[in-house]
Design a protein around this ligand. Structure first.
Ligand code: HEM
Length: 423
């Protein structure tokens, strides 16, 4: 893939543009614009979300984007298929410099009718029959990963458990054979972090190399499945490709996007759940006493510390929202993390509470036509992981300094040392 980062001078131009983007963010941040400050990255964005909410249901940031932290309005915007188009990567520093980022041509970046066509092709892979088929495999994988990690005095929950689990599951879902696992995982780990924004020329180059590597892996697998189809998603999509239902570019982008979206987010769901519940023993003990609370633990984690923090839409005509005139083609950002702690909807929203009675639907899986296709899989992986952790490691607790991401888009830990040994 030839890109603007290939030559030395193009690399210089890329770095200069990245530096300029950062300087603009810093300058507007100094004026106190909460959205600009959020884009600079925060390990705890919630105080800034509060400031966003104080500016009313929706306001215009210094960068020109319209921003809402309201649950009611955010939910309406995400679900409105008549007014809004999806433009996924806007607002994230550095993405505008990577126009050929693969998810722009995937369902994440498309609008109907192309979006509808692609989504229909993948939907059956996430249906109830497939999810219950994967459940047993996920449980086995959880035990297998803990057999290796939990023999040590302490281990990193992200590196040794919550990270590999979703990648292996997606590998299974896509039908990546074992001999490709190492390459797939290595490339997946390099591609995933770009959801956060492109932070350096080195990161951009590594990302490019990893996308090329994933493309190569998928190209080989597509050729294999064309000859010998199985019950996996690559086979399904390859057959559809053969029938002319999707282009080669769409097929490759789809596989890459599934590898990226299903990996980072689910890792963070598991990490965020463990961090919240082991930080408040009463919550962890509730789960130990009643493992059937695992689905609730997943929902409350999604609400309280959503792995996905924002989504963007673009109105295709002038519209009025909460008394403001919003021009066609403006960027409208829904701060999912803020909406999930909207005091108009949730009592005591900053508290993690497994017994919460009104889990009004959080926005962590977005809404409307782009509602996360992997939600049933993520929920099942989260529930299964928490059940197995509670069963195997009832004394689970944090055992060292935790490192959190400071991303405007993704919330989670990059390091979460834990121990299962009794205190
Ligand atoms: C806790 C885990 C997850 C979270 C929080 C999450 C969050 C999201 C969000 C917020 C969107 C919508 C973005 C928008 O509206 O613009 C989305 C879409 C999507 N997600 Fe997930 N996701 C998770 C897990 C997964 C998994 C496991 C997969 C697949 C293996 C997946 C695949 C996708 C795909 C393909 C889309 C695009 C759907 C469309 O545009 O129609 N996600 N996800």
């Amino acid at each position: 893939m030839a890109t603007l980062m290939d030559s030395k001078s193009a690399g210089f131009a890329f770095s200069a543009k990245l530096g300029a983007t950062r300087a603009i963010l810093r300058a507007f941040g100094l004026f106190g614009d909460p959205f600009t400050r959020l884009l600079q990255g925060r390990t705890d964005p919630y105080p800034l979300y509060e400031k966003v909410r104080r500016r009313g249901p929706i306001h215009r940031s210094h960068l020109g984007s319209w921003v809402t932290g309201s649950h009611e309005l955010g939910s309406r915007i995400l679900r409105d298929r008549t007014l809004f188009l999806n433009r996924t990567q806007g607002g994230v520093p550095g993405h505008e410099m990577m126009a050929d980022i693969p998810w722009n041509s995937s369902i994440l970046g498309l609008d109907p009718p192309d979006h509808t066509r692609l989504r229909r092709l993948a939907q059956p892979a996430f249906g109830p029959r497939m999810i219950s088929k994967y459940r047993i495999q996920v449980e086995k994988l959880c035990h297998h990963l803990l057999d290796q990690a939990a023999t040590r005095d302490s281990f990193d929950l992200i590196e040794d458990f919550a990270g590999p689990l979703p990648l292996l599951v997606i590998g299974e879902l896509l039908g990546v054979p074992e001999q490709y696992h190492e390459r797939f995982i290595r490339a997946g780990r390099k591609v995933g972090p770009v959801i956060d924004g492109v932070k350096s020329l080195k990161m951009a180059r590594e990302f490019r190399a990893a996308v090329d590597d994933l493309d190569e892996v998928f190209t080989e697998l597509i050729a294999l499945r064309a000859e010998d189809p199985g019950d996996d998603l690559i086979s399904r999509l390859t057959t559809a490709h053969g029938d002319g239902k999707l282009t080669t570019e769409e097929l490759l982008a789809f596989c890459t996007v599934l590898a990226v979206t299903g990996f980072e987010t689910t890792t963070n769901l598991i990490g965020n759940a463990v961090l919240a519940m082991t930080g408040d023993r009463t919550q962890w003990n509730l789960l130990l006493d009643d493992p059937d609370l695992a689905p609730r633990a997943v929902e409350e984690t999604l609400r309280h510390d959503s792995p996905a923090l924002q989504a963007q839409r673009v109105p295709h005509q002038d519209i009025a929202l909460a008394g403001h005139h919003i021009r066609a083609d403006s960027s409208v950002v829904v701060l999912i993390g803020a909406a999930n702690r909207d005091p108009e909807v949730y009592d005591d929203p900053d508290r993690f509470d497994l017994t919460r009675e009104n889990p009004a639907e959080h926005l962590s899986f977005s809404g409307g036509i782009h509602y996360c296709i992997g939600a049933p899989l993520a929920r099942m992986e989260g529930e299964t992981a928490l059940r197995v952790l509670a069963q195997r490691l009832p004394d689970l607790r944090v055992a060292g300094p935790v490192r959190r991401r400071s991303s405007p888009v993704i919330s989670g830990c990059t390091r979460l040392p834990v121990t299962g040994k009794a205190a």
